[in-house]
Design a protein around this ligand. Structure first.
Ligand code: F3S
Length: 106
C-alpha cells in the first residue's frame, strides 16, 4: 500500500486523486490519506505529488512511520475525494516545512 506523509499537511495539492484507479483517497481539512485496504499498489500517485509526500509503505522515512497508522485511521472517518481541487492557499509556503504534524486538522 501507499502512504501519504507529512509534507501533504497544509499543502494538499490533490494531483494524486486524479490518477487513482480505485479512488482510495480520503480528505481532511488540510491533509489527504490513502485507505490501506483499498490501495492496489499501482504506484501511479507517487510521482504525481508536487510535494513528494507519497511513499510506498516500505519506503516511508523512519521519522514518518506514524503516518502509516494515521492513514489507516483517518481513511475510516474522512470523506472520499476523487477530483482534483485547488491546493490550500499557502501550499507553496508550507511545502518542505518540517514538524507539520502538530498542524494536522481532523
Ligand atoms: Fe497531498 Fe501530494 Fe496529494 S500534497 S493531496 S499527497 S498531491
Amino acid at each position: 500500500t501507499f502512504v501519504i506523509g507529512e509534507n501533504c499537511i497544509k499543502c494538499k495539492y490533490t494531483d494524486c486523486v486524479e490518477v487513482c484507479p480505485v479512488d482510495c483517497f480520503y480528505e481532511g481539512p488540510n491533509f489527504l490519506v490513502i485507505h490501506p485496504d483499498e490501495c492496489i499498489d499501482c504506484a501511479l500517485c507517487e510521482p504525481e505529488c508536487p510535494a513528494n509526500a507519497i511513499f510506498s509503505e516500505d519506503e516511508v522515512p523512519d521519522d514518518q512511520q506514524e503516518y502509516i497508522e494515521l492513514n489507516a485511521e483517518l481513511a475510516e472517518v474522512w470523506p472520499n475525494i476523487t477530483e482534483k481541487k485547488d491546493p490550500l492557499p499557502d501550499a507553496e509556503e508550507w511545502d518542505g516545512k518540517k514538524g507539520k504534524l502538530d498542524l494536522l486538522e481532523r
